[in-house]
Design a protein around this ligand. Structure first.
Ligand code: PHE
Ligand code: FE
Length: 287
């Protein structure tokens, strides 16, 4: 079996040894000094920026995974810690994997993480997830019991949705929660989405810019809203807590998918009468 097509040479090289479930050996010994230096630079930059901006559970998870501060972590070492906390583990993949393979991993508490890291020219922006995004962005919250359960439930939901033509709805839920979610805390609004947490510029934009809308999370609203993959989000959805996110997604989605099929989708920047708007964006960035 071959992995999903990718332009990265590292991916193509790793493809030679890809297993049926799309996993590969991490190849930790193969990282260059430059690879480790890029990790450290990105890590230090975010570690400085995130206190006061990210949900405290993320920082707790990060501290717990402190092996990652000196360079690209060996997934085996990370897995010993993560396994003890929540039973999750990371498996190395050469790049994006097909939806069903991804869901199957999540449903079994395995998080597929890309085994190559971006180059220095891509420090601030790259088009597909790399090791820094996947590990720094996603792994800390996998050490949180409630979030860990949510991710597994998502995987199981994906396997159920696959035959129903409903994957776009689930993809939007993932995008606006796991990747670009904001959360209310007693200290104020915080980020928790991995796509934000692993990006310096979006960590600032998502919280501080007057441009985007910030809307209270509503399951069906989120699942009807298209998203931008090439730029900052026009709308962010804000959960009340991880428990609330978990509980509001525990219902059977089948009737929801049917309702959504019968209705039009919303554009990323739109506001609705029914929205609980925390801040109305002025749209200045995307205009
Ligand atoms: N409850 C969803 C279903 O019935 C599964 C799910 C849980 C999906 C959590 C996403 C997140 O399919
Ligand atoms: Fe991601």
């Amino acid at each position: 079996m071959l992995p999903a097509p990718s332009s990265s040479e590292a991916v193509i090289a790793a493809a030679a040894n890809v297993r049926a479930d799309y996993t590969v050996d991490q190849g930790w010994e193969g990282y260059s000094a430059e690879d480790h230096a890029i990790w450290r630079e990105l890590f230090d930059r975010q570690a400085k920026l995130l206190p006061g901006r990210v949900v405290p559970e993320f920082l707790e998870g990060l501290e717990f995974l402190s092996v990652a501060a000196d360079g690209i972590p060996d997934f085996n070492r990370l897995n010993e810690l993560l396994g003890k906390a929540t039973g999750w583990r990371i498996v190395a993949v050469p790049g994006l994997v097909p939806d069903e393979v991804f869901f199957e991993h999540l449903a079994n508490r395995r998080f597929p993480a890309t085994n190559w890291i971006r180059s220095r020219a891509q420090l601030d922006y790259l088009e597909e997830p790399d090791l820094f995004h996947d590990v720094f962005g996603h792994v800390p919250l996998l050490a949180n019991p409630v979030f860990a359960d949510y991710m597994q439930a998502y995987g199981k939901g994906g396997l159920r949705a696959s035959g129903k033509g409903a994957l776009q709805y689930l993809a939007r839920l993932y995008w606006y929660s796991v990747e670009f979610g904001l959360i209310q805390t007693p200290e104020g609004l915080r980020i928790y989405g991995a796509g934000i947490v692993s990006s310096k510029s979006e960590s600032i934009f998502a919280l501080e810019s007057s441009s985007p809308n910030r809307i209270l999370f509503d399951l069906e609203r989120v699942m009807s809203t298209r998203y931008r993959i090439d730029d900052f989000q026009e709308s962010y959805f804000v959960i009340k807590s991880f428990k609330h996110l978990f509980d509001s997604t525990a219902q059977d989605f089948a009737p929801i998918y049917q309702r959504l099929d019968a209705r039009a989708d919303y554009d990323p920047g739109v506001l609705l009468e029914s929205d609980d708007v925390l801040s109305r964006g002025d749209g200045s960035y995307h205009r």
